[in-house]
Design a protein around this ligand. Structure first.
Ligand code: SF4
Length: 65
């Protein structure tokens, strides 16, 4: 099971996550990240992991158990 978590207290609204995986991430009216869906397919999860790397505030974590 994989879960994508975001910490909106860390998010600075850079939007890199949305540019990387627009199917999963969006930004609210204040520019803060929101998670649209919890992805399950491997290709999307790889893209989410890339988004976590490029996020400048390290607001995205991928938890696997
Ligand atoms: S890339 Fe990081 S800082 Fe930018 S909107 Fe996404 S979660 Fe927020």
């Amino acid at each position: 099971m994989v879960r994508v978590n975001v910490d909106i207290d860390r998010c600075v609204g850079a939007g890199q996550c949305v540019l990387t995986v627009s199917d999963v991430f969006d930004q609210d009216d204040d520019g803060l990240v929101t998670v649209l869906v919890q992805p399950s397919d491997p290709a999307t999860l790889d893209a989410v992991r890339e988004a976590a790397v490029v996020c400048p505030s390290m607001a995205i974590t991928v938890v696997e158990d």
